[in-house]
Ligand binder design. Structure first.
Ligand code: ADP
Length: 483
């Protein structure tokens, strides 16, 4: 039995702010249980819903020093079984209290430095010795570092391999070296330019990328892009130096959760056979609920996203007046930067029958929008993988994307001459090129509906379940473990 531990800061169904949680919730479930024992460890945030937390089982607690700043922090360990997977939750009210998993960046760095050491410290106590720890994003970047330094001498830890997956290179966990030394107790020699040091500060993700045995990211194109200065976020040199140990594996989506035939959160279930009727019914229901003009013949464009610069919202701001028209409505669900939140609020106020701005996190409504929308807009400046376009395919919603990262790998541009493709895409990051493909999408929708419907069907038939990608992770794990 090969034993794998996922270490993550978020995981569906317990806590989610973005795609990382979807991945860590879905990927561990599908491994063949006769060959793989895959478990997950994450913080016991008090914002995890009570119906889960009340059922967590207490295992133990102890005190752990994390450097000179914190000679003895409480580490509680809880466990819970969910859909056949064992989860461990690391408890510490000071770090993981509050209404959100993340807060200001300093507190976040301190709490995840604590979490990373705690992950390794609990293993002998819970009696689980993984062959490999799969770390996700900067929050877990110090695990490979601890494994090869402070914990390297321990018999229990010897030979444990690590994989570091980049879900988003923009976030790295950076603070000054002196503070990081105080927080982590890591030896001086790790804070050098060839290891954790980054522009005279200390960088948690960089630590993970230097010390992990293998690096993955979430699409093949992003794996290439991050080796260039344009997308490398200052780490392109390191990533190209490690290109032999770097691979892009595209994410899947959880087909149990995202399935229009069975989804209990949408108004009317449908399949590829009755997608036209099904989507029209969902569209009318959503238009009604949001106070838009109720008319299934309007084209409905959806957007569900963190509202940050990454997502190309400045392009939308430039041409919003052209995106919506008498026949086209726009519904956004998202939170993030105030200027984007206010931009969408403004247009919802200006065009109450055509634009709906839902500036909050709304899981159930997101399902309704995937089902109701005709097209889904995602003009990202960069996109490691992107899940929303994959969910859109599944719900018969045509993605309109910028050709970058995972968007490039998963959306095949529509080719009217050959009757191929399942979405619309543009290359250059500017509002005019984006508007051109939106207009092309509108034209196809209103004038060539048969071709549009064929495109919808091609998208729905694509397979973005986890099976293919899980197999690739299994290959990497087996190779690193050596059997
Ligand atoms: P990222 O990880 O960069 O945020 P992804 O496309 O990989 O982007 O994943 C985003 C996930 O978060 C999707 O499952 C999407 O439906 C969900 N999501 C984003 N914002 C919201 C929101 N405001 N309400 C509900 N779901 C959201």
């Amino acid at each position: 039995m090969r034993k794998i531990l996922f270490a993550t800061s978020e995981c569906v169904p317990f806590v989610k702010t973005g795609g990382l949680a979807d991945v860590c919730g879905a990927l561990p479930k599908g491994f063949n249980k006769d060959e793989w024992d895959v478990r997950v460890v994450l913080p016991n945030y008090t914002c995890i819903p009570d119906h889960f937390r009340n059922n967590f089982k207490y295992i133990t607690h102890f005190y752990m020093g994390t450097g000179s700043y914190n000679p003895g922090a409480h580490v509680g360990v809880m466990t819970y079984e969910y859909e056949g997977v064992t989860y461990y939750f690391i408890d510490n009210l000071v770090y993981f209290g509050g209404s959100k998993p993340y807060g200001d960046f300093r507190t976040d760095i301190e709490k995840f430095a604590f979490f990373d050491k705690a992950v390794l410290s609990i293993l002998p106590i819970v009696g689980f010795r993984p062959d490999l720890i799969h770390c996700h994003d900067w929050q877990t970047g110090l695990i490979p570092v601890y494994l090869k330094t402070e914990f390297a001498a321990g018999e229990f830890y010897r030979g444990i391999k690590s994989v570091m997956t980049i879900h988003n290179l923009r976030f790295q966990g950076i603070w000054d070296i002196e503070t990081m030394q105080g927080l982590t107790g890591l030896p001086d020699y790790v804070f050098t330019p060839d290891k954790l040091e980054y522009k005279r500060d200390a960088n948690m993700l960089k630590g993970g990328l230097v010390y992990a045995d293998y690096i993955t990211t979430v699409s093949e194109t992003y794996a290439q892009e991050i080796q260039t200065p344009q997308y490398g976020e200052g780490l392109d040199g390191l990533l190209s130096a490690r290109h032999m140990d770097l691979r892009g594996i595209v994410n899947g989506i959880d087909y149990d959760i995202w399935n229009p035939e069975t989804d209990g959160k949408i108004d009317t279930n449908y399949s590829i056979k009755d997608v036209h009727k099904g989507k029209a019914a969902n569209k009318r229901a959503l238009q009604e609920a949001l106070g838009l003009t109720v008319d299934e013949n309007k084209m409905l464009i959806g957007l569900i996203s963190r509202l940050t610069d990454q997502k190309g919202l400045d392009l939308i701001a430039e041409v919003m007046e052209q995106i919506v028209d008498d026949n086209t409505q726009f519904v956004v669900i998202g939170t993030g930067d105030e200027r984007y939140e206010n931009m969408f609020r403004h247009y919802a106020w200006k065009y109450p029958n055509k634009v709906s701005a839902n500036i909050y996190y709304a899981d159930e409504m997101s399902h309704k929008l995937y089902a109701a929308a005709d097209a889904f807009l995602m003009p990202s400046a960069f996109e490691p993988c992107g899940l929303t376009q994959l969910i859109s395919f599944r719900y018969g919603t045509v993605p309109i994307v910028r050709e970058t990262g995972g968007l490039k790998d998963t959306v095949e541009p529509y080719n009217e001459y050959e009757g191929r493709g399942d979405g619309f895409s543009f290359t250059n990051y500017n509002p005019w090129d984006m508007m051109e493909v939106i207009n092309y999408a509108k034209y196809t929708y209103f004038v060539h509906r048969k071709e549009w419907d064929e495109m919808v069907a091609r998208g729905m038939q694509k397979d973005f379940s986890w099976d293919a990608s899980r197999y690739k992770y299994e290959g990497i794990y087996s190779w690193l473990i050596g059997w």
